[in-house]
Write a protein that binds this ligand. Structure first.
Ligand code: LLP
Length: 384
């Protein structure tokens, strides 16, 4: 894929560009491969809650995985089926729990003993029954960046296996709760599929604890986290959903009639977004040659926050054979505001258009107004 810069020449930068054709193709691939095994996908709204992106994921009949009351309300507003909305998150407020209950969503993924007590109490007050799944910490190392690892005992997420007896006793005596399943999530940007094999084995073991207690679980939610290719997104715009779902088909022991749910975010929307930016200035130091862009950590925070590396291409450079090593940085008054250090690029100059790839997930939604920046602009492939 070589993106013609003429397409972007008239755009005011910095701006997010979404390739909606690619998003459709990605959703189609995910749907096709998951439905082979009767699996259900809930799109992880947190990855990108932009209305048009949500609308497209909804059209592929994905459910919505939400982590705030506002995400629940937004998902309903854009037309997701209420019965396909899950509300997860380690710190749901009382008000958000009421939103979930009053919206008659599919259920809550619960992360602690105390949260379960509170949901039962609030549901009682509203004369409702809350469907709950227990998020269990599988203690599986996702082997991803430690800032986006969630499935280890040292992380704040989920209920530990050694807490289960107490939690199940609580659920048993809570009149306004119905236990409908168990939930797991090991972390994000997981590219080593063996991590999911290990997760399946843990889930199989944990299911036996419920079998022994005679507790049936209609739903198994194995989370999300499937990683994308940040190094070569042009060659791999769509992740290998086939291999991913096969891992579960081959390793997960599903009980008769049990539904298997996934919560994918990045793998669905990550590659369809580009951050388009212009070179403002070149600055040549003794040791460094800086390219200063008009986009910074305020538009795309991932490099500053997680040392994430995104492919950067110069859309204007004609002569790729003339290369130069640059530190590609943003305009924000922070040293961490850098997209790449010591990166070889075609010789670039003021006014050149640059694309920062794989910015569809956790890009626009993490943007902020630090330094009183403008709101980030957005443009879609069917508009230019
Ligand atoms: N389910 C749960 C319980 C999660 O915590 C997450 C992501 C997902 C599903 C979706 O994960 P995905 O399929 O998108 O990997 N801002 C970070 C990623 C944070 C992930 C938070 N949880 C980043 O830019 O890498």
């Amino acid at each position: 894929m070589r993106i013609p810069s003429s397409q972007f020449q008239s755009l005011e930068t910095p701006c997010y560009f979404y390739d909606l054709d690619l998003l459709h193709q990605t959703c189609e691939a995910a749907q096709k491969q998951s439905s082979k095994f009767g699996y259900h996908i809930h799109y992880a709204v947190k990855a990108n809650y932009n209305d048009r992106i949500l609308g497209i994921t909804r059209d592929y009949s994905f459910g919505a995985d939400c982590v705030s009351g506002n995400e629940v309300l937004k998902s309903i507003e854009v037309g997701f089926n209420k019965a396909d909305i899950v509300f997860a998150g380690v710190g749901k407020t009382d008000k958000e729990i009421e939103v979930g209950l009053n919206s008659e969503i599919f259920g809550f993924n619960c992360e602690s003993y105390q949260e379960i007590e509170v949901i039962n109490e609030i549901a009682g007050g509203l004369s409702k029954t809350a469907n709950i799944s227990l998020r269990i910490n599988p203690n599986v190392d996702a082997k991803t960046h430690h800032h986006i690892t969630t499935g280890l005992e040292e992380n704040k997420f989920g209920i530990n296996v050694w807490e289960l007896d107490d939690v199940l006793e609580l659920v048993h005596r809570s009149k306004n709760l119905k236990l409908i399943g168990i939930h797991f999530h090991i972390g994000s940007q997981v590219t080593d599929l063996s991590r999911y094999v290990e997760l399946c084995h843990r889930v199989n073991d944990i299911q036996k604890i419920f079998d022994d207690k005679g507790i049936a679980l209609p739903h198994l939610n194995v989370g999300g986290g499937l990683g994308i290719d940040y190094v070569n997104p042009i060659a791999h715009p769509i992740v290998d959903f086939e291999s991913f779902f096969k891992v579960f088909n081959q390793n997960l022991e599903v009980r008769h009639g049990q539904e298997v749910h996934f919560e994918l975010g990045r793998a669905i929307v990550g590659q369809c977004g580009l951050l388009i930016t212009k070179v403002l200035y070149e600055k040549v130091g003794k040791k460094k040659h800086f390219l200063i862009l008009d986009a910074g950590m305020t538009e795309l925070m991932r490099p500053a926050l997680y040392q994430a590396e995104h492919l950067i291409t110069n859309l204007s450079a004609q002569h790729e054979e003339h290369q130069q090593v640059y530190d590609v940085v943003g305009p924000i008054c922070e040293t961490t505001d850098a997209f790449a250090r010591d990166l070889k690029l075609p010789k670039s100059k003021r006014g050149d258009l640059m694309a920062i790839h794989s910015a569809g997930a956790y890009g626009q939604v993490l943007s902020n107004k630090y330094n009183l920046r403008d709101d980030v602009r957005v443009v879609y492939s069917d508009e230019i």
